[in-house]
Design a binder for this molecule. Sequence first.
Ligand code: MN
Length: 209
Amino acid sequence: MSDAKPAQFVLPPLPYAKDALEPHISANTFDYHYGKHHKAYVDKANELVVGTGLEGKSLEEVIIEAKKKGLGPLFNNAAQIYNHNVFWESMKPNGGGAPTGALLDKINEAFGSVDKFKEQFVAAGVGQFGSGWVWLVESGGKLEIVKSANAETPLTDGKKILMVCDVWEHAYYLDYQNRRADFVKVFVEKLANWDYASANLAKPAAPKP
Ligand code: MN
């Protein structure tokens, strides 16, 4: 008989098969990026949360509280769980193209056009020195492209997250080697899940950090 409690943090199932985004992202990349990297963040966060007083809290609460309390390693691992959860959902087979409805209006208002948004998103991905993330967020009613380093996430700034692209080397090296720009272009042109971004836009504002 085991009385072990269920783990606080879990690796969610991928929203599609691991080969569903081929040829843009290979099943091999998913084996490492989801099966090894993402899983390692989950396992480590479950170890590190013990004794912090944050047991039983939601992933979002743990990220915000760990940052406030200066619990760096817990913050890094919990935020990396969250960031990857958002990243997988930010893509879909036969994605890309252009958004519709309220999201299209807001993209045009903020960036001038969908094409200009894509250019700026790719430039942000290339401009993030070292490991990090490129986000589309809403802040004060306006859309913004935001870069973050390492595990940093706009969740701790109270911004509403619409979608994200992972620009750590582990996200693209097996398929694109050093060509990060090509990878981010493929993300916006072939993979971006605008339905997911639209659904996020329609949600209430992010909780106050
Ligand atoms: Mn990653």
